[in-house]
Design a protein around this ligand. Structure first.
Ligand SMILES: [Zn+2]
Length: 258
């Protein structure tokens, strides 16, 4: 929740037609950062920022996990129960985003069909709307979170565009906030799913602005620009036909991981 709506008794009517000023004591009402509606404090829920099912294998015997934030490369941190933000979203918004997470969690456990392709591994049968909104909601959560681990995710004015789309359950078209999944064999061999990189802004080689994460055993490159359709990676964006592509890259990851 954020505390940003001022309320108080309204002052006397004005003769110039403008809205009267509030008078008397001012009260800060909690609002949900996704739907922007006023809610009572009990309506807020603790929210994970990156869904737990994507790093279930991270839990060791002590039920803690290793999270590595790009801002603190030398200090892997142990955290309990994933990375949560207390009282982040209202219950309605949590429920709305939870549907897309449930979809992906079930989809990952079901059979997949591979479409032959020379340049990527392509899986068919994804529900574009659910999968796209899942990806967009992860990006939005990280950008809106006030947790220090996600301080590297800075979307600028695009954050509000993204918020409105996620709040309205609008997946947009394939070139709106697209995401490319990247498998890096050396990273997978070394860490499996046991690593989270909590996001950093970078430039792809054709200068497109991307927010880069590592979780669930993959890099997730979120294209933030409104020019994303022109990216050289556009053939690998999730499309309305439900084909999800995973490209392979042996490029070395961040130097501190080498
Ligand atoms: Zn809400």
């Amino acid at each position: 929740m954020t505390w940003s709506v001022v309320r108080g008794p309204q002052g006397p009517p004005r003769t110039d037609g403008l809205t009267p000023e509030y008078a008397g004591p001012k009260v800060l009402m909690p609002i949900c950062p996704l739907c922007r509606e006023e809610k009572t404090p009990t309506e807020f829920r603790d929210s994970h920022i990156i869904p737990e099912f994507l790093y279930e294998e991270l839990y060791d015997k002590q039920h803690s996990l290793m999270a590595v934030a790009t801002a603190m490369p030398a200090l892997p941190q142990r955290r309990h129960k994933g990375i949560y933000q207390k009282d982040f979203l209202c219950a309605d918004c949590e429920g709305q985003l939870g549907k897309h997470e449930d979809y992906l969690a079930k989809r990952l456990k079901s059979k997949v069909s591979v479409v032959p392709s020379p340049d990527a591994t392509r899986f068919s049968g994804f529900d574009y709307r659910q999968m796209k909104l899942f990806q967009m909601s992860v990006l939005w959560r990280t950008s809106a979170s006030t947790r220090a681990e996600f301080g590297g995710v800075v979307l600028g004015p695009r954050q509000e565009t993204l918020r409105a789309m996620v709040a309205n359950d609008d997946p947009g078209t394939w070139s709106d906030f697209p995401c490319v999944l990247v498998a890096n064999p050396s990273m997978q061999a070394r860490f499996g799913r046991q690593l989270i990189v909590t996001g950093a802004m970078a430039r792809d080689h054709d200068a497109q602005r991307v927010a880069v994460f590592y979780f669930g055993g993959f890099f997730w490159w979120f294209f933030v620009s409104s020019r994303a359709a022109r990216s050289e990676r556009a053939p690998f964006f999730l499309r309305e036909d439900g084909i999800l592509s995973i490209i392979r890259s042996d490029d070395p990851p961040w130097p501190w991981l080498a």
